[in-house]
Design a protein around this ligand. Structure first.
Ligand SMILES: Cc1cc2nc3c(=O)[nH]c(=O)nc-3n(C[C@H](O)[C@H](O)[C@H](O)COP(=O)(O)OP(=O)(O)OC[C@H]3O[C@@H](n4cnc5c(N)ncnc54)[C@H](O)[C@@H]3O)c2cc1C
Length: 438
């Protein structure tokens, strides 16, 4: 339908999973919606590429479905897609080049943690581990730290112990069943965008929002498109900006100014943190990991080398492709991000050598590398959120609407499936429902 500058029932800021889910629900219910997106594409932190010759969709952002996420499974159903079970066999590398099948440390860790009273006052996770060093062996402590850094992309000296323990007791922890959308997350976003009623919805790309001017029942959103100013008006707005954008001090580059300001949101915003991740998709000429040691590792899904700059690698199993993904999260990722791209790639190949030994010329076998720097991308400034000390109540506080006029959604605000696509979709649907039932 119409272009921006018209009036709508609702403006949605951001066309990631949360924004598209909100727009889809509003449009299904007859609301006119304008989605304003800064990038030249939809999907936000979902970025699926399919280079010529690539046998599988390559995910530079979100890839896995953690646990049986109802919102994702429903979206898959609507998209006519299915979830593929990810293989779970894990090997760890206690010493360079020496691989060992990983015993179930998660179960052991959970067992030990059950015997420890939960902290009543929140502390950094590292402090919690230190306090209980007698009950938790060095192996369990090292494993717990690796999980917090690798899975939650968190700094264990800043992450909330209460929230980490809560996550590990829930259904989306690192030991939950894991899947991938068969056609990739990008196809899921395309299907969501395709479900918007074209007569009622307008998705405006390359519109970087810089101000949300509001009063009860009226919102004016100002943006810049190709250097030109623009504005749209609606009765209500759903804001799905990433945490890092919301945390920027007013009037700094990339920030979004709320007029009048929203002072009650400042404290909860400061209790959440954005974690860094470096994810490299390495395309080799051959799947060498399934050939070495007489094929012993051909059914391995994950390789972990705790000391390496990239402590985790995964294969594309159950699909067989010569693609290995290198993953580093939390403080290790922050260190990598201080280096240039060549150095990051060198660190990835050094990590490959640490895991598989010097048995091949890995650089020669490497045909292509794909990655996206989410940290220096101003529209994400990080990978995903985690709770800092005392951050437990922050998500609910930030999810509260303001005067039935401003509504908020996005992965950082979800309590059930935090930091994930499932969480982002749920918050978008929740915000749309609040608008509709107002
Ligand atoms: C490397 C990586 C790996 C991940 N792996 C997984 C995984 O395996 N499984 C999983 O579930 N999750 C994973 N995630 C997390 C997942 O991608 C996010 O939680 C989810 O996609 C967030 O959706 P969202 O809609 O809340 O935010 P976003 O996708 O960030 O959407 C917000 C939108 O707002 C736009 N925007 C920003 N600023 C402005 C502005 N000023 N004006 C207008 N628009 C603006 C952005 O461009 C973006 O499109 C991963 C993330 C990364 C980075």
């Amino acid at each position: 339908m119409s272009r921006a500058n018209d009036e709508y029932d609702v403006i949605v800021v951001g066309a990631g999973a949360a924004g598209l889910a909100a727009a889809a629900q509003l449009s299904r219910n007859g609301k006119s919606v304008c989605v304003l997106e800064a990038r030249d594409r939809i999907g936000g932190r979902i970025l699926t590429v399919r280079p010529r010759g690539a046998a599988i969709p390559l995910e530079l952002g979100a890839e896995f479905i953690h646990g049986e996420s109802p919102s994702i499974f429903e979206q898959l159903r609507l998209a006519g897609d299915v979830a593929v079970d990810t293989a779970q066999t894990r090997y760890r590398v206690p010493q360079p080049g020496r691989m060992k099948r990983s015993e179930d440390l998660f179960e052991t860790m959970k067992e030990r943690l059950k015997r420890i009273p939960k902290p009543r006052v929140d502390v950094p996770f590292a402090e919690f581990l230190e306090k209980h060093r007698r009950q938790l062996s060095p192996t369990v402590r090292a494993f717990a730290t690796m999980l917090v850094e690798g899975f939650d992309a968190a700094d264990s000296t800043r992450a909330s112990a209460i929230e980490i323990l809560k996550e590990w007791a829930g259904g989306t922890a690192a030991d939950a069943p894991t899947f991938r959308p068969q056609r990739g997350y990008g196809a899921l976003m395309d299907s969501l965008a395709g479900s918007l009623d074209p007569a009622k919805t307008c998705v405006q790309l390359e519109c970087a929002v810089h101000e949300v001017r509001w009063r009860r029942g009226e919102v004016d959103v100002a943006y810049t498109r190709h250097g030109e100013p623009g504005a749209v008006r609606a009765a209500q707005a759903i804001i799905t900006l990433p945490l890092s954008v919301l945390q920027l001090p007013a009037l700094t580059p990339g920030s979004v100014l709320f007029t009048p300001t929203l002072p009650r949101r400042q404290v909860p915003l400061s209790r959440l943190l954005m974690g860094p991740v470096v994810k490299l998709v390495l395309c080799f000429s051959r799947p060498f990991w399934s050939e070495i040691d007489d094929g012993l590792h051909r059914d391995v899904a994950f390789f972990h080398a705790q000391g390496a700059p990239f402590p985790t690698f995964w294969t594309s199993l159950p699909v067989r492709a010569p693609v290995l993904t290198a993953w580093s999260g939390g403080p290790k990722a922050a260190q990598l991000l201080a280096r240039n791209t060549d150095e990051v790639l060198r660190a990835a190949l050094a990590s490959v050598t640490e895991i598989f030994g010097k048995r091949r010329d890995y650089r020669k076998m490497l045909e292509a590398v794909y990655w996206h720097d989410w940290q220096s991308d101003p529209y994400s400034s990080g990978a995903y959120s985690y709770s800092g000390v005392g951050g437990g109540p922050a998500k609910k506080q930030l999810a509260k609407s303001v005067e039935q006029t401003l509504f908020f959604a996005g992965e950082a605000l979800d309590v059930e499936e935090s930091s994930s696509v499932g969480g982002a979709l749920s918050t978008g649907q929740r915000a749309a429902k609040e608008v509709l039932t107002g």
